[in-house]
Design a protein around this ligand. Structure first.
Ligand code: ZN
Length: 112
């Protein structure tokens, strides 16, 4: 089966802020992931944060406050969430597919 917008691995069933520092997402395939909110802010892929032409990051990590946190999280259609941040940034859209990729990238390895 090819991947589709209803792929369980990229369909969240629950999104909730866990304390002030992390955002938890539970996926339809049963996997639970947890994101550090500041890492999410740094991973913003909008045109203000990433150069549209070169793909290079334009966001200075030093400019992002240590205590940054989401003020509001809204669904965008069925494929993404938009986060309004405490630093005033609100253009960031996080497609579920990208969130899942970020989660899988940062997941601890299974090696013992
Ligand atoms: Zn951005």
């Amino acid at each position: 089966m090819s991947s589709s917008p209803s792929d369980p691995a990229t369909t969240p069933t629950k999104i909730e802020q866990q304390g002030s520092r992390s955002l938890g997402i539970t996926w339809a395939d049963g996997v639970e992931t947890r994101f550090d909110v500041r890492a999410l802010r740094l991973a913003c892929g909008c045109a203000q944060c990433v150069d549209e032409w070169t793909g290079a990051g334009r966001l200075d990590p030093a400019a992002v406050p240590e205590d940054i946190h989401p003020l509001r999280i809204e669904g965008v259609g069925r494929y993404a969430i938009q986060i309004e941040w405490s630093d005033g940034h609100r253009a960031g859209i996080y497609p579920f597919r990208r969130l899942r990729e970020l989660a899988d990238e940062s997941a601890p390895q299974q090696a013992e």
